[in-house]
Design a protein. Structure first.
Length: 385
């Protein structure tokens, strides 16, 4: 936002911490109150110009309508903006149909005649990769990143890993490990108040940017550096062939202090015996998706009220313990209609390693508080050779 515009983005819905107390000055320092777009870019087929950014909220009355001019065309094209997930992400689009495009294209954007932005946008030359793994991260150890990439590449035949880097202090080290299969995307925006689940736009921005810039009819996996997916049977490809969205539940791997400070995944051998509550992660087909959230996506067919109700009912039935064969058959039919699958935890799950962290949320959650093992923890090994 230019300095000439004095208005700033106000907070979205919830203004409280997770414990119910009010957000304070510390939180507001982390809140993104002035970014308009994270990026302006072409999709992988160069059919659309996209913008991805935080929700406009109160800025909408100041900045709308938004119009685009492409390569000095006399005509202005309105930017069609939609906001999703209770106004936590804004996505704009302009069709490029019948417009001449070049290796570099002059894009001029006018915001309600209040201010203008212009830039040169290159054609999207990225190849469509069959399976992409993506995450956002900050300051994780290079060893963890290398082992995370190697684990998913070995077990799931990842064709491309795309890491959105949230202004890490070790950017030179990240640059050194990047290659044709590991792309580091600079994403230096404010993450949002960490003591709240609301008003955090940065990660949603990276997820939707990845889908729109690198996605098509391929598959994208959304798992963080501290998350390793494990399948009891090698059935991911079968799920991919059947569904547009595949969701996985998790087991937490508690922090039991390792012997060495240079620890990694293999230094943790116990997980909780009961699944983690909430926080599913997913694999999805970009061409079937409207918008990404951190733990779910909005499929195109799910916009209709009938599908919304069916999806909610399906999710509740998946939580039933000791399912009868009739219920299992019903869930199979529902999943085929919805084109989504919540994978039973006895078939697959991801491990959430609390110790694989810079502990950046320690102000409200100390992930590295040493855990005493009890009968509520079980031994595991996903690194069997």
């Amino acid at each position: 936002m230019p300095d000439a515009i004095s208005e700033k983005r106000m907070l979205n819905s919830d203004k409280n911490h997770l414990d119910g107390t009010r957000l304070d000055a510390y939180d507001m320092e982390q809140y993104d109150n002035d970014t308009v777009f994270y990026d302006v870019f072409f999709d992988i087929k160069n059919k659309y110009l996209y913008t991805v950014g935080p929700p406009f909220l109160n800025l909408q009355k100041i900045l709308f309508p938004i119009n685009c001019r492409i390569n000095n065309d006399k005509k202005q094209y309105p930017l069609q903006v939609n906001e999703y997930f209770n106004k936590e992400i804004a996505i704009g689009r302009v069709s490029l149909k019948n417009l001449p495009l070049y290796d570099e294209n002059l894009i001029e954007i006018d915001f309600n005649k209040r201010f203008q932005w212009s830039g040169r946008i290159k054609l999207n030359r990225f190849e469509i990769k069959p399976i992409i793994l993506t995450t956002i991260q900050k300051d994780n150890r290079i060893r963890w990143i290398n082992e995370w990439v190697e684990f998913y590449s070995r077990n799931f035949k990842i064709d491309q890993t795309i890491i959105y880097d949230n202004n890490s202090s070790n950017r030179d080290d990240l640059k050194a490990i990047s290659n044709e299969k590991l792309l580091i995307v600079s994403w230096p925006f404010k993450y949002g108040p960490i003591r709240s689940h609301d008003n955090q736009f940065c990660q949603r921005g990276s997820l939707n940017h990845c889908r729109l810039k690198f996605g098509s009819d391929n598959m994208i996996m959304n798992f963080d550096i501290d998350e390793l997916l494990y399948l009891e049977k090698p059935e991911l490809q079968r799920y991919i062939n059947r569904y547009d969205l595949i969701l996985f539940n998790a087991y937490r791997v508690p922090y039991v202090k390792p012997v060495s400070e240079d620890y990694s995944y293999k230094d943790f051998s116990f997980r909780d015996s009961e699944p983690q509550v909430g926080g599913r992660k997913y694999v999805y087909r970009p061409s079937s998706v409207i918008a990404n959230d951190r733990h779910n996506v909005l499929l195109k067919k799910h916009r209709k009220s009938l599908y919304k109700r069916l999806k909610n009912r399906y999710a509740k039935l998946c939580e039933v313990q000791n399912k009868s064969w009739v219920l299992r058959c019903l869930l199979r039919v529902m999943s085929m209609i919805l084109k989504m699958k919540i994978v039973p935890i006895n078939e697959a799950y991801y491990l959430h390693y609390t110790g694989i962290s810079t502990n950046w949320k320690s102000i409200y959650w100390n992930r590295k508080e040493d855990t005493s093992l009890t009968d509520k923890h079980v031994l595991f090994n996903i690194f069997k050779t």
